[in-house]
Design a protein. Structure first.
Length: 286
């Protein structure tokens, strides 16, 4: 009995320690979220320096003030602007990057390897190096204070990471699918639209999720190209809580930050099932 009991006790102890460690890591990860939730329910004077994570008497004044807007601009305006930019970015990335990925993965043409190497090389180029020439270009085209500088690149397949992701997925699809489609009279447009895109749904959804989150959280781009507050997205709207009246409204900023999490969370939960399904199946099985 002792030989069976001691190993069982050791396994129980290891399992208990593992669960305790996992709970400790989870607490560290979730602490900022709980602090933000608690901060949105505290008066401004208790947010900084307060010891309590959640207030004993929660207040909803910060959420009520959001209904009044920021600097005479409704809060809904910032959310609508962010949705326009995020959805526009997702559509542009999925269309342009999937087309470029199909060309690299399924079409043989002269200079393909050179162009692919140049595309991958752009991943090594820091984004900040391109800021000044891009700004000068859009300024000469009189496109400053519009959404064009923030969306144009998405429709020109400039996100090499997503092109590479989709291309690798398309390369794993059997070539027999293309040959069977050509026997039925399909050309590249129909093969791309009716065969490649449906089979590449996991890669497309992964790209859509990351594009939506990155666009929604983008701060530097709107800061450079947008000048009018009524065109600001949520990321710039949060900045206005610090600038207005030369005082920092931390409570309003935290409350709006929580509201800004909801669209991203809803978007992720809506497509999580397809993302997990794609990771589990890893393409075709046959």
């Amino acid at each position: 009995m002792s030989t069976l009991t001691h190993p069982g006790r050791r396994r129980t102890l290891r399992s208990a320690l593992w669960h305790i460690g996992a709970l400790a890591v989870l607490a560290v990860v979730l602490y900022p979220l709980f602090w933000v939730i608690g901060g949105s329910l505290k008066p401004n004077e208790d947010i900084v320096g307060g010891l309590q994570l959640f207030p004993s008497q929660p207040v909803l004044d910060h959420y009520r003030r959001l209904t009044e807007g920021i600097a005479d601009i409704p809060v809904s305006t910032f959310f609508v602007n962010s949705i326009v930019l995020a959805v526009g970015s997702v559509v542009g990335v999925l269309l342009s990057c999937s087309l470029a990925a199909y060309a690299f993965a399924r079409i043989r043409f002269r200079g393909r390897n050179v162009l692919f190497s140049l595309m991958i090389g752009t991943l090594l180029l820091p984004y900040h190096v391109l800021i000044i020439p891009q700004y000068v270009l859009f300024q000469k085209m009189e496109l400053i204070n519009t959404y064009v500088p923030l969306l144009l690149g998405k429709y020109l397949a400039t996100d090499a990471f997503f092109v590479f992701l989709m291309m690798q997925f398309m390369r794993n699809l059997p070539r027999e699918l293309d040959e069977a489609a050509r026997l039925d009279g399909c050309g590249h447009p129909r093969i791309y639209w009716h065969i490649m895109l449906p089979l590449c749904r996991p890669a497309l959804i992964t790209s859509a999720i990351f594009t939506f989150i990155w666009s929604w959280n983008d701060f530097l781009g709107p800061l450079l190209y947008l000048n009018e507050p009524d065109k600001y997205p949520v990321s710039m709207g949060l900045k206005m809580f610090i600038d207005q009246d030369s005082a920092a409204d931390y409570g309003g900023m935290i409350a709006m930050s929580l509201l800004a999490l909801l669209p991203v969370l809803v978007f992720f939960l809506a497509f999580q099932r397809y993302l997990v399904e794609g990771a589990a199946t890893s393409g075709l099985k046959g």
